[in-house]
Ligand binder design. Sequence first.
Ligand code: HEM
Length: 232
Amino acid sequence: MNLLGSLFSSSLGRKFLMAATGLVLFGFVTGHLLGNLQVFLPPEKINAYGHMLESLGAGLWLIRLFLLACVVIHVWLAIQLTLENRAARPQDYGVTHTNRATLASRVMARTGLVVLAFILFHLAHFTVRIGHPQWSEHTFTLLNGTKVRDIHTMMVQGFSNVGVSVFYIIAVGLLSYHLAHGIVSMLQTLGLKNEKWTLGLERFAVAYCWGYFLLNAAIPVAVLGGLVKLHA
Ligand code: HEM
């Protein structure tokens, strides 16, 4: 059997793939947050950044395909893991068994599902721009004279809708919760978690995820509070 086949078929291999794809997606959401935080700077910054990404052309599509493959593998393995855990759980004849591992994986499955639904909504909202065709036409002229898409205006108009902003905040809250558990189990799978480091790593994961949540939530809150507004 080839290496990829054995990775998918052994339980250790599946755990490794789950951790590796999780690590890639963790890197993406962190990088995406750093890019989005530029909305707090003059509009030139985030619009130039969006333009730089778009000008990667085929390279951007390769990155998108790679990320999509990671999402598919991560979700596929998560479904398998949930089914395996369910099958291994003893028959409970009306008695509730609260085993830490199954509780954590149940929470991971549920928060993961909401994050997946959020990604679909988010792509329809900001990337396909369903219901907002004007967001594809708004342009911004950079200091060097280049006309680019006005992402700053799209973000301000998008988050001016209270319902949309509340949904984003709830979704990033659940994503942060998902990440907090995911980071610890990823480090465990990759062999980086041991007796000496456990408490420190768990504290790091919780602190990181609080930071991740608060910084993400700050964007819609700043728009609703009038701190980030439409530029002239
Ligand atoms: C407040 C939080 C967020 C803001 C303000 C935000 C903003 C944006 C913006 C402006 C775009 C670009 C759309 C365009 O090309 O016009 C985008 C794309 C995207 N976002 Fe987010 N995002 C947020 C959170 C997230 C989260 C938590 C995830 C993943 C779980 C995510 C996943 C994506 C993906 C997959 C794309 C498409 C990238 C591409 O096609 O190149 N975003 N986001």
